[in-house]
Ligand binder design. Structure first.
Ligand code: GLN
Length: 276
């Protein structure tokens, strides 16, 4: 067995105690130490040694630190993003929002995109990468997050189409926008949590007693922000379809739920009422 294979096997066995994806974690950490992509690591492993610093990264993961905060990088949709503890780690679940947008805008691409609570910039930058003619605005209340989002826009050569601004949801923002992407905090204040989420910014996760506080504010703002033919893709918790849909329906908006790859309700596609 090669040094790499042996080391990956040992690290995987250790990481089984803290992670649901121990082998993947070990590969990502070793690829990071070697400055390689994961696929290059696996293809070239016969020629590679294992630097001593790998053990330190495995120790950090064993203490519960998320892989993405250790490597500082996370892939999302078609892009690779820098992440720090100032931002939520982009999740595959959130790609459901981009999928919903791709379906809605199959015939006519969106031109103006708004991302409320942009964090790392993941949703906005994925949309700008998807639609080369689109321009976007990302809002966040956290100055640290905005720094990360701006850095990501620059790294992806998207700064000329992406503006970022500090703000409290859409207060002071003028529409209309064709596509509005929103992944607000939606976890109930007292929900028991474990794993990576314990290391993430609390302000990006918790939203009052039932996890609905931010949706209530967003529902008041959406009608004036959406263009005719536009759509908002709003992330929800797996058991929030009915409660959040009702908040938007009360504002006269049309709502359809979309599921993530695990089959959970994850996204509401929200559109203006059909003109009669
Ligand atoms: N999906 C995240 C989680 O359950 C929560 C993200 C959020 O609150 N926006 O870990």
């Amino acid at each position: 067995m090669t040094a790499v294979a042996e080391k990956l096997r040992a690290a995987t066995a250790l990481l089984e105690t803290v992670s649901g994806t121990p082998r993947l974690d070990a590969e990502l950490l070793l690829a990071h130490v070697l400055g390689l992509t994961r696929s290059d690591l696996l293809l070239r492993q016969r020629d590679l040694g294992v630097p001593a610093s790998f053990d330190g990264l495995v120790e950090r993961r064993l203490s519960g630190e998320p892989v993405a905060y250790i490597t500082g990088i996370r892939d999302f949709w078609t892009i690779s993003l820098r992440v720090t503890p100032d931002v939520l780690i982009p999740r595959p679940d959130s790609e459901t929002l981009i999928e919903a947008a791709v379906a809605h805008f199959a015939e006519r691409p969106p031109r103006a995109v708004l991302d409320l609570g942009t964090g790392s910039g993941a949703l906005l930058l994925a949309a700008l990468d998807q639609w080369p003619q689109a321009r976007g605005l990302g809002i966040d209340i956290s100055p640290g997050a905005l720094g990360v989002a701006r850095e990501n826009a620059a790294r992806l050569a998207l700064s000329n189409r992406a503006d970022f601004r500090i703000g409290d949801w859409a207060d002071g923002v003028n529409g209309p926008f064709d596509l509005i992407l929103i992944n607000p905090p939606y976890i109930a204040r007292n929900a028991p949590l474990s794993g990576d989420v314990l290391h993430e910014p609390q302000g990006a996760l918790f939203a009052g007693a039932e996890g609905l506080d931010d949706y209530r504010r967003i529902a008041l703002q959406l009608p004036r922000l959406l263009s005719d033919g536009g759509m908002a893709a709003v992330e929800i918790g797996h058991d929030q379809r009915d409660s959040v849909s009702a908040l938007f329906a009360d504002r006269g908006l049309a709502v359809e739920a979309r599921r993530d790859l695990a089959g959970h309700d994850r996204c509401l596609a929200v559109t203006p009422p059909a003109a009669d």
